[in-house]
Every structure is written in C-alpha cells, then in structure tokens.
Design a protein around this ligand. Structure first.
Ligand code: KIV
Ligand code: ZN
Length: 389
C-alpha cells in the first residue's frame, strides 16, 4: 500500500479548549490567536477553539479564530441545550469551514447530574443534534464518559445522534479509565452494531490519568476511528489529554504497523510545543516523548559513540523531523573522547591529539562537578588550553 492509499486520520486539536481548561493554563486573547495560527499552518484538520458560551472572552476568541483560519475547520463546544448551540454557531459561523460540537454525559454517573432518565436523555440528544444540524452541516456529537456507559445504551444514543444528523461521533474516555484493548473493542463494537455507523467519522478523545492516552487513541484508530482528539504537549485537566506530537510521530515512525496518514507538517511540532508551554505556563517534562528537552540527547559515552558513527544506532527519528535544529549531543560525565572531539569540531575547534587529551582530562573533572557541561564551558576549557600552550 502506498502512503497515499493509507486511511487518513483527522487530527482534531483541542489545546485551546480542553487544554486551556487545565487549571492555571489560561491564555490571553492574543496568545490564543497566535496558537490557532500555528496549528492552522501545521496542518491540523480541526481546531477546537473554545467554549463560546463560557465567557465573553471565549466567544470573541472563537469568532476571531474562525475569521482568520486559512484551512483548518473551526469548532466550538456546546452543551446539549439550544442556548449553548446558538451561541456556538454565532462564534464559528465566520469560518470557511465551521463545526458545532455538542456533548452530553451518557454514563450512569453523568446521567444522574441533570437527573434525566435514559429516555429523556435520548430525546434531548435527538433534539439538540437536530437543532445544531439545522444551523451547520458539520456537527460533532460526543457521548461524554462513553467508556463507562452501558454498551446497549451507547449504541442506542449513537444511533439517535447519527439519525439526527451528526457527521462525527466522538467516544471520549473522559476520566482516562480505559486500556488499549478495551478502547479498540469499543470502537469495533459500535461500528459493528450501530446502523449508519459506516456513514460517519468515529473520533477518539482520551485522557491520560493512567498514562495510556496515546496507546488508547492509537488502538481506537486500529479499530476504525478516523479522528484523534489531542492537545500540544498533552496539555489538559489532571494528567492531560492525548499528546498530538506523540500520536502523529508514532504513526509516522511506525507506519509499517500503523499505516495511517495525517496532514501534519511535523517539522512545526517543536516550535508549537515551545509556544504552548510558554503561553500556558506549563513546562514540558525533560523526558517527555518527542518534545522533552532530553528526547534527542545522548549523554552516555556508549550512546554518543554509536550516534556519532550512525545516528540510527540509538535514534528512531531525526530531530529535524520535528523541526529541532539544536545540537543533539549533551556533554556530561559519561561522554567519551570521540564525542568531545565531535562537539569541539561543531564549535569550530580542531585540536591536536595531545591538546584534546588535556582538554578531555579537564572536561571529565568539570563534568564530575556539573550535571551538564555547556558549550560555553567547553569554549573556556579550550581557551585555557590554548593560553597554557
Ligand atoms: O473529556 C471529555 O469527555 C470532553 C468532552 C467535552 C468531549 O472533553
Ligand atoms: Zn476531554
């Protein structure tokens, strides 16, 4: 199968809605516009820009993002009532491609909150999806807490939403409770049992409470889901959402076993990760997959030697694939002579063997005291060496 024949997975980014909902991650209006612009340029298919009824600020941000979007579909969130849906439409209608996303909690615990019977909830879903569809051709319906909803009831309400005109059906793992096999089985079960399921896109929306959001999303895709909902850096409430960079790079690097394509320009990932971290105030953990500071750093001598001889020895993807141009070798106490020579060459120094030996001895002494030896430290060591000569 050539790459272009592979099923296309829609990337739905919710950094500005579910991500921004994370306590303390609030972004300013200007910051939201900047992030939306970068997501659009990166090739994100759908940007969930906010929750228009939540505040005047959210409404204005969603409308402005909708007006500016070049290629992405712009989506707003709405609860299952006409007022939310109307407000959402007022904000997204400016987009070249608008989407209304309406949701309701379908599990027993969530049904108890509005105190609706199963039948009353089914009617509410029918009425609200129909209302949304009368406003907009592109309607997404989500069964919040789907992974803890009784299968028979989930099938029933998904069928109602499809018949009422939903074009995307989202199956969220709202509390990060599912596991990969169950995530796949749930999508397969819905595709097999719900009449009309083949006419809509199924989406997966995972939270990371048990650290399985990426695995659960990819398992859902293997079972037939064709939209992944995710955020940059996995930003989101509690342990966060599926990280966009992880699912996209997993499908790229292991395309042999996950033969799906996306429209994402992966070389824009690193810049977006840094901007989202900076504007949300949420630092990226050093060892975070793909975008962590250490994700491409090789400090141990054995690794460095391998990487210097052939990068594929310890690297499964290239730093440039995600737009990382910084040098990928960190110098520390485990670094060997070959790595030091290569690093100095990068910094513009080619030392004779005896000079390199001297610098290496002093570098090791320094590395014993410091965790990481920076370029400036090495430049100082070489300068010292050259003065003493
Ligand atoms: O996690 C969730 O269920 C959500 C819905 C609003 C889609 O974010
Ligand atoms: Zn969510």
């Amino acid at each position: 199968m050539t790459k272009t024949d592979q099923p296309r997975v829609i990337i739905f980014d919710t950094t500005l809605r579910d991500g921004e909902q994370s306590p303390g991650a609030t972004m300013t209006h200007e910051e939201k516009l900047e992030i939306a612009g970068l997501l659009d340029e990166m090739g994100v298919d759908v940007i969930e820009a906010g929750f228009p009824i939540a505040s005047e600020g959210d409404f204005t941000a969603v409308s402005e993002i909708a007006k500016r979007a070049k290629t992405s579909t712009i989506c707003g969130l709405a609860r299952a009532n006409f007022k939310d849906i109307d407000r959402c439409w007022e904000a997204v209608k400016y987009a070249k491609s608008p989407r209304i996303h309406t949701f309701i909690g379908t599990s027993p615990l969530h049904r108890a909150i509005p105190n609706l019977t199963m039948d009353e909830m089914a009617t509410r879903i029918h009425d609200t999806v129909t209302h949304a569809r009368n406003l907009c051709d592109n309607v997404q319906w989500s069964a919040m807490d789907a992974t803890r909803t009784e299968h028979d009831y989930l099938c029933r309400v998904v069928e109602i939403a499809i018949k009422a005109g939903a074009t995307t059906i989202n199956i969220p793992d709202t509390v990060g409770y599912t596991a990969p096999r169950e995530s796949a089985d749930l999508i397969a079960m819905l595709l097999a049992r719900v009449p009309g399921a083949d006419k809509v896109i199924f989406a997966t929306h995972c939270h990371n409470d048990l650290g399985m959001a990426t695995a659960n999303a990819l398992a859902a895709v293997d079972a037939g889901a064709r939209q992944i909902e995710c955020t940059i850096n996995g930003l989101g409430e509690r342990a966060g959402n599926t990280a966009l960079e992880e699912v996209v790079m997993a499908m790229k690097v292991r395309n042999d076993i996950m033969p799906y394509r996306t429209g994402i320009d992966t070389t824009k990932i690193m810049n977006l990760s840094r901007r989202v971290s900076s504007v949300s105030g949420f630092p990226v953990q050093f060892n975070k997959a793909i975008v962590g500071k250490n994700a491409f750093l090789h400090e141990s001598g054995i690794h460095q030697d391998g990487v210097l001889k052939n990068v594929e020895t310890f690297e499964i993807m290239k730093p440039s694939d995600i737009g990382l141009t910084a040098k990928n070798i960190a110098m520390g106490k485990h670094s060997g002579r070959a790595a030091l020579r290569a690093k100095l060459k990068e910094l513009g120094y080619e030392l004779a063997d005896n000079q390199l030996n001297d610098v290496f001895v002093r570098f090791k002494a320094l590395a014993d005291r410091k965790k990481e030896v920076y370029d400036d430290d090495l430049i100082a060591l070489v300068a010292d060496e050259q003065t003493n000569d």
